[in-house]
Design a binder for this molecule. Structure first.
Ligand SMILES: [Zn+2]
Length: 92
């Protein structure tokens, strides 16, 4: 799906419509030293570590893509609802 790079949308902070920039949310890099990551690695270690079979055939064929809106006037950013798509392209 194609989406415009800029959209005229309502900004809840400015309480008016502004020409907002659109970008796509990307998950941050996972740190191996984070406590949750270390605990998970410890849980999976040894006999009986894998608690459920690894998914051979995932049920979903698409992933949810979250567009992020940025207001140029107050610089506020917020995520919109995720859309299930194969690919989202930002076009001018
Ligand atoms: Zn604003």
């Amino acid at each position: 799906m194609n989406m415009p790079k800029e959209m005229n949308r309502y900004c809840p902070k400015c309480k008016k419509h502004t020409l907002q920039k659109v970008s796509i949310y990307k998950a941050g890099k996972r740190r191996g030293s984070a406590i949750g990551e270390r605990r998970h690695a410890e849980d999976k270690k040894g006999y009986g570590g894998q608690k459920f079979p690894k998914l051979a055939k995932p049920a979903k064929t698409t992933k949810k893509i979250t567009p992020i809106m940025t207001c140029p006037e107050c610089k506020k950013k917020w995520n919109t609802h995720g859309i299930r798509l194969r690919k989202l392209e930002l076009v001018a």
